[in-house]
Design a protein around this ligand. Sequence first.
Ligand code: NAD
Length: 312
Amino acid sequence: MQEKILITGAGGQLGFVLTLKLQEKFGVDHVIATDLYSKVGFSGHFETLDATDFQKLESIVIKHNITQIYHLAAILSASGEKTPTMTWDLNMKTLINVLEVSRIHEVNKVFFPSSIAVFGANALKDNTAQDQFLLPSTIYGVSKAAGENWANYYHQKYRLDVRSLRYPGVIGHESLPGGGTTDYAVDIFHKAIDNKPFECFLSASTLLPMIYMDDAIRATIELMDAPKENITIRSSYNLAGMSFNPNQLFLRIRNTYPEFKINYKPDFRQQIADTWPNSIDDSKAANDWGWKPKYDLEAMTESMIKNLKLKQ
Ligand code: NAD
């Protein structure tokens, strides 16, 4: 059967790269990219869609005979703390719309990204477990934890094939981040390449789980391609790439840019980062569908610098 793919939030940091990858995999004509506003940079089919609008979402699903939905639209952790009720409304309404439209129109597969924000301050910080009790500290984390439960519920009750990953902080050269607590790890590269000093909004020793964009996208595709019977987690899979703190990243970048300077000015995002894990146990993803990250800090830094330099 020829798949027909719908992506929400396609203009975002991950959506942009995932759209290109899905176009490559399924063919440009079989991917419908959507976002709130029309974005430049896509070839292929783009439609404006506010994913809180069920009728518009449903009309697109019907019009294009959609068979898979990748639901990326959301308000992220740092932005979310500024507008908690709006973040809850948007993150929940869009997800429930996607689950409902998928149930009603028998969409084959749905992808919904969760986050390491689901764990919260009480969780064990090292190698945080898949089945760690979730008590998130941000409204973003609360919305993702609730979303995981909704996903699991739709699978249990309606057998909807919904799959999910708890992404760590995503680092990529293709797009800019959109209001998360790990955005510094992308911004720092842009400053280094421009020979400018970097002011970091997290402290030097804030250790966080991160993943390179190539790995995050590959994990998404591998999860969605895995045989249904292999998927034993219907809330969301823990996913790991690497872990580092701002000082370790700074020192690694300094290998290429010895003059590069950093100063630390932690802001409200420090409090969010302090509630997140240091590292993640993703052995369930490894056992169930063979997950293995390719990029560590060194390989990621090398690739970021090489690719950003090409764009200069
Ligand atoms: P982003 O902020 O860069 O992009 C989100 C996109 O959603 C934006 O283009 C925005 O215009 C769109 N959007 C917002 N409200 C919308 C609405 N009502 N209808 C339609 N589109 C809307 O986010 P991202 O970094 O690309 O993240 C994508 C997904 O992955 C999100 O669900 C996020 O929670 C999750 N995630 C991201 C990271 C990360 O480090 N980037 C980590 C963990 C989880």
